[in-house]
Design a protein around this ligand. Structure first.
Ligand SMILES: Nc1ncnc2c1ncn2[C@@H]1O[C@H](COP(=O)(O)OP(=O)(O)OP(=O)(O)O)[C@@H](O)[C@H]1O
Length: 244
């Protein structure tokens, strides 16, 4: 479903991704962990073309977004990235729109569904993330945890079959992370395909089918949570975890 081959990214002389290769299968929840600056966000952002790779390939549902460093056309990029939804650390909600307005903006603009269906779906998704009564309020009236749940509902409005999370709880006070992680856990139970960049080690251990440990622009280790968190052989991961 997602194949990343020898992905490279440099910012000037800084090599941030050094031939990163991995694949994500349908229904898998993959947690990406690793030290600050190891390239996790850059890798994730490359998948939806928020960063442009300097080499390698990204294939989504069999279609190359970039192949051996050569990008598809702008129209193809839009189509290839369209099955993916992204949730950001800082929510990125539109402050001038109500919660419902945030959810409905993209589907109303795309006009793929009727207004009636869009309205019904935003209601359903607000209920799914436990915010039934917040449709008419503005983001500034919400807590960080509520904002992030709105952001998740918004990402789901376009029926993505892959969800990407870039440190979804890093901007939250510790007491608000649980409500967001619960929603992501539920999506994992529903077998949504997800890549979750996170510093929440317990969450990665409990929810992910597979854990990728990035270090210094490379995939240093990758395996089941048991292998990554329980194996004494994985020296680099163990050193990282002991510092966390
Ligand atoms: N737009 C940019 N221009 C220059 N350097 C950048 C840019 N974006 C990221 N970097 C650098 O690339 C490296 C990897 O950053 P990235 O955000 O991918 O790491 P990360 O593993 O997600 O870190 P964190 O856990 O702190 O978010 C860092 O050294 C960062 O400073």
């Amino acid at each position: 479903m997602i194949e990343v081959k020898e992905l490279q990214k440099s910012f000037g002389s800084l090599e941030v991704l050094k031939k990163v290769t991995f694949a994500v299968n349908p229904g898998e929840a993959v947690a990406v962990i690793g030290p600050s600056g190891s390239g996790k966000s850059t890798m994730l952002r490359s998948l939806v073309h928020l960063e442009e790779a300097t080499g390698g390939s990204i294939i989504i549902h069999g279609k190359p977004l970039v192949k051996d460093g050569k990008y598809a056309s702008a129209a193809e990029i839009r189509e290839i990235t369209s099955p993916m939804g992204m949730v950001f650390q800082h929510f990125n909600l539109f402050p001038h729109l109500t919660v419902r307005g945030n959810l409905e903006l993209a589907p109303r603009t795309l006009k793929r569904e009727s207004i009636k269906d869009i309205t019904a779906k935003s209601k359903d998704l607000l209920s799914k993330v436990g915010l039934t009564d917040k449709g008419d309020v503005y983001p500034s009236m919400l807590s960080g945890g509520q904002k992030q749940r709105v952001a998740i509902a918004r990402a789901l409005m376009l029926n993505p079959d892959i969800l990407l999370f870039d440190e979804p709880t890093s901007a939250l006070d510790p007491e608000l992370t649980g409500e967001v992680l619960r929603v992501i856990r539920q999506l994992a139970e529903e077998h949504m395909t997800m890549i979750i960049v996170t510093h929440e080690m317990n969450f990665a251990r409990d929810v992910a089918d597979r854990v990728i440990f990035m270090d210094n622009g490379e995939i240093a280790e990758s395996g089941t949570p048991e292998q990554i968190f329980g194996s004494p052989q994985l020296e680099r991961t163990r050193m990282f975890l002991s510092r966390e």
